[in-house]
Design a protein around this ligand. Structure first.
Ligand code: SF4
Length: 466
């Protein structure tokens, strides 16, 4: 007779471990900042948790000019730092708006090195000259606008820019040509909330049966009132051929409080997601975390509410120098995003944007980071590193260049499914090139030669069949 094996005996004898025990450091993505961390900023020292979690309090107390910055940081930073920030904003294409949440996450003991300060508060001492190839609307979104505020570039997808305001203003914003108020450097293309403009956009979408996928952006969908979330969602869901919609908002990264305390907004979004589901259409949220420190216990609570409502959230990150340009930081970000149920979708090479050359890094850095992070977590939580091809080629897998010259920093892409026959040129920041490359860009007479060499090399490459 075969001896009977008790289940408890089986349980008691696990198979020998094939992997060594994990390094506790590899679980750092689960260590989310909690407690009343905001009290470290003088302006918020007396702020209660209830106030800090109130999205209206966050919006009302956002820092929107230098006097407010000085008032918020009284005694915490040097006068030299404030003067540096003042010079930075004088040359910036974006106006200032920083939420108390972000202000509280900046390490004010070392503001020069802090990755969150770097994204929102420019310093005159750090700014670099713009690249000669810079164009204010580098993605040529306006060139592909059949209606003001509606970009139709890809065959089946359109970008609907519903408004031009955001809960914060980011230095690196690709849409600095339109988002926020005018600055000393830039007069903005107007994209105010305007029902008549919206109706023209919906009419265009209705007239183009190939459009299945609509991004609702701006500006930022966080700034839409609940009834506007509903109005846009209902209008788009009523169009038979629209199958997918994404509300784009940076809000969860910079003001998660809204998801906890603005029930009307979250209910309006949820209702559109549920209605979409009943119509067998996908409605999701696309957000924009750039650094693991942006994710706290407040974020987790906020995104838990979103998860409970069955809403998918995907993330797009911008690769930025001194912010997230190391494999370790990027991997921590991806794991932390996965931990709070956000899918990392894209990492963008930084677009050519006015006044932020100090934030851009090389394509080589993007390629290296991609190699280092792939395999660090599940494939569906691993983003694709993309170049949004300047001039309107759309997003290209960073590895798909036809040619890349690391001396001049020029990479060349084709976009056969978007604009067949065209070549698109991305450029690394000049200060990170080897001396020979820097010397060539210093001479304007060399610029056309550099581009012609890149063009010829790309066309000579065996796979370059634009
Ligand atoms: S939230 Fe988005 S649209 Fe608004 S300034 Fe930042 S990057 Fe630009």
């Amino acid at each position: 007779m075969t001896p009977k094996i008790e289940l408890s005996q089986v349980d008691a004898a696990p198979p020998p471990a094939r992997k060594p025990p994990v390094d506790p450091g590899s679980l750092a993505h689960r260590e989310l900042l909690g407690g009343e961390f905001w009290r470290g900023v003088p302006a918020y020292a007396e702020v209660s948790e209830a106030e800090f979690l109130d999205h209206k309090w966050q919006a009302k107390h956002s820092v929107t000019n230098i006097p407010k910055l000085v008032a918020a940081l009284s005694g915490l930073v040097s006068e030299a730092f404030i003067a540096d920030a003042q010079r930075g904003f004088e040359r910036a294409p974006m106006s200032m708006r920083v939420s108390p949440y972000v202000m509280s996450l900046i390490d004010w003991k070392d503001p020069y090195a802090d990755p969150l300060r770097t994204q929102f508060i420019p310093l005159g001492s750090r700014l670099l000259p713009d690249h000669p190839r810079l164009d204010l609307d580098s993605l040529h979104e306006r060139a592909d606008m059949p209606v003001p505020g509606l970009t139709h570039r890809y065959v089946d997808k359109a970008l609907f820019l519903a408004l031009d305001t955001c809960p914060v203003y980011c230095r690196f914003c690709t849409r600095s040509y339109a988002v926020g108020i005018d600055t000393e450097e830039v007069s903005k293309f107007q994209l105010h909330v305007n029902t008549e403009r919206w109706e023209r956009a919906f009419a265009y979408i209705r007239s183009r049966p190939e459009l299945e996928d609509i991004v609702i952006s701006g500006g930022d969908a966080y700034q839409l009132r609940p009834e506007q979330i509903t109005q846009i969602g209902e209008a788009l869901l009523s169009i038979d051929h629209v199958r997918r919609m994404r509300y784009a908002t940076k809000g969860p990264a910079v003001m998660p409080q809204k998801l906890l305390t603005d029930d009307a907004w979250l209910d309006a979004l949820t209702a559109i997601v549920e209605k979409g589901r009943r119509l067998h259409k996908e409605v999701v949220v696309h957000t924009h975390f750039n650094h693991p420190r942006e994710i706290t216990q407040i974020t987790q609570r906020a995104l838990d509410r979103v998860c409970e409502r069955g809403i998918t959230v995907r993330n797009q990150t911008v690769l930025q120098r001194r912010v997230n340009d190391s494999p370790a930081t990027m991997l921590l970000l991806l794991r932390r995003l996965g931990y709070v149920n956000v899918h990392p979708y894209y990492v963008y090479m930084h677009d050519l944007v006015k006044g932020v050359e100090d934030l851009r890094t090389t394509l080589d850095t993007g390629l290296l980071i991609e190699k280092q992070i792939r395999g660090g977590t599940a494939g569906f939580n691993t983003p694709t590193v993309v170049v949004d091809a300047p001039g309107g080629g759309g997003k290209r897998d960073a590895h798909s260049y036809e040619h890349y010259d690391r001396v001049t920093g020029v990479s060349v892409y084709t976009a056969p499914a978007v604009h067949p026959g065209e070549l698109y040129y991305y450029v690394d920041p000049i200060d990170l090139l080897p001396p020979e490359g820097q010397a060539r860009w210093a001479d304007p007479a060399e610029h056309p030669k550099i581009l012609e060499e890149a063009r010829a090399a790309a066309l000579a490459a065996p796979r370059a069949r634009p």
